[in-house]
Write a protein that binds this ligand. Structure first.
Ligand SMILES: Nc1ncnc2c1ncn2[C@@H]1O[C@H](COP(=O)(O)OP(=O)(O)OP(=O)(O)O)[C@@H](O)[C@H]1O
Ligand SMILES: [Mg+2]
Length: 250
């Protein structure tokens, strides 16, 4: 049973940094199949209904907090693996892009298990790892799924087992800074690994805030408490309870 109950709670504060420049004129447009989107639970493959509505509610709450604090870079992570971070990050990004005043960049920053491209059904030639390791220009990585306006993906490519150092590197910090500041109305969503890897913690200082995906029936209280302790210096935008069974009718 697929269901998503977004619940947002507390916030803390963060600051913005100055920017460098990257040109985005060569973003490639790619056909995406509605059937693939639907198979991977992406809202762009769904008709209006409760599934789409859950992410619109999440979008509204997230936008409120981002605007209140002047934030535009958020990470999606979770205490345990396979909680649904990638699906949640993509759907949040898509729902934000549905808001006419926003452009959205979704960055696959899970260098260990990049999966954003798989969910959209394409295999990227280059990804974030190629920029970080081999200086492939960012503009050669960017992809716009056809028919989805105001939405650009910076995909991952080959999996990298030792990625924490790369995510914590000054080069990554400069990239995040550039991505955050290039367009004033843009929100950047980063899909991260789960929090028991060093990666998510290494990357957290780069973003304004994090959204925690909790997996109903699997994330334990201890895992959640540990996650909040680990992220103590990163503002928590809220928690999203994923894979929850709907309550029975009274
Ligand atoms: N709301 C949901 N209901 C049912 N299944 C879901 C839901 N959200 C995600 N899933 C499924 O759970 C699995 C894991 O999802 P996803 O890849 O998004 O998790 P993840 O946290 O990004 O995993 P990883 O730790 O490997 O990065 C996928 O098979 C996905 O289709
Ligand atoms: Mg993932």
């Amino acid at each position: 049973m697929e269901s998503t109950v977004p619940v947002l709670d507390k916030t803390r504060t963060a600051s913005l940094q100055p920017a460098a420049r990257i040109e985005y004129t060569t973003t490639r447009s790619l056909e995406v199949s509605r059937e693939v989107l639907r198979r991977h639970r992406l809202i762009a493959g769904y008709e209006p209904g409760p599934y789409l509505d859950a992410f619109k509610v999440l979008r509204t709450k997230v936008l409120q907090i981002l605007r209140e604090h002047g934030w535009n870079a958020l990470a999606v992570t979770s205490p345990n693996p396979q909680a649904g971070k990638t699906v949640a990050a993509i759907n949040l990004a898509l729902s934000l892009a549905l808001d006419v005043s926003q452009t959205v960049l979704l960055v696959d920053a899970n260098l260990r298990r990049p999966a954003v491209h798989t969910a959209f059904g394409f295999t990227p030639r280059y990804g974030l790892a190629d920029y970080l390791l081999d200086d492939v220009p960012i503009e050669r990585l960017l992809i716009n799924p056809k028919g989805i306006g105001r939405f650009v993906i910076l995909p991952g490519s080959r999996p990298l087992p030792d990625s924490a150092e790369l995510l914590a590197s000054p080069k990554m910090a400069r990239l995040v800074d550039e991505l955050k500041h290039r367009y004033p109305s843009r929100i950047v969503v980063f899909d991260l690994p789960h929090l028991t890897t060093a990666d998510a913690l290494a990357f957290a200082p780069h973003v304004d805030a994090a959204l925690l995906v909790i997996e109903a029936g699997r994330t334990t209280q201890t895992q959640l408490t540990d996650a909040l302790t680990q992220l103590s210096t990163t503002p928590i935008l809220g928690t999203l309870l994923n894979k929850a069974e709907p309550l029975p009718e009274p």
